[in-house]
Write a protein that binds this ligand. Sequence first.
Ligand code: 5GP
Ligand code: ZN
Length: 112
Amino acid sequence: MSDCIFCKIVAGQLPCSKVYEDDELLAFHDIHPFARVHVLIIPKRHIETLADCLPEHEKLLGSMLLLAPRLAVEHGLDTGFKTLINTGRDGGQEVFHLHVHVFGGGNPVDRN
Ligand code: 5GP
Ligand code: ZN
């Protein structure tokens, strides 16, 4: 998807503050964090929303969720964290490339 911000990040055409990468997934700090720790986990391939996922995406979705607690602990959220998947315009989704928010730890730090 040529006009997708997250696809551009995956392609290296836009910078990100990367915290994790494997063959299928990328994770990076949210540019406008709403908590001290706020990372986004995305699939490298373009899937617009959770509602577009099919049975063939089951393993990918599992990998995204299993990565969440690992990244949370790595960023000091040992005692708990929140996850969020906004889906669709009325679900508050702004970037139409599937992503899981992982956040916690109190007030945000501006990463601009
Ligand atoms: P949504 O509302 O779609 O669930 O969340 C999109 C998130 O992506 C927002 O929290 C927003 O701050 C973040 N975001 C948007 N553009 C960029 C970007 O270019 N880089 C990074 N790191 N995060 C972004
Ligand atoms: Zn995309």
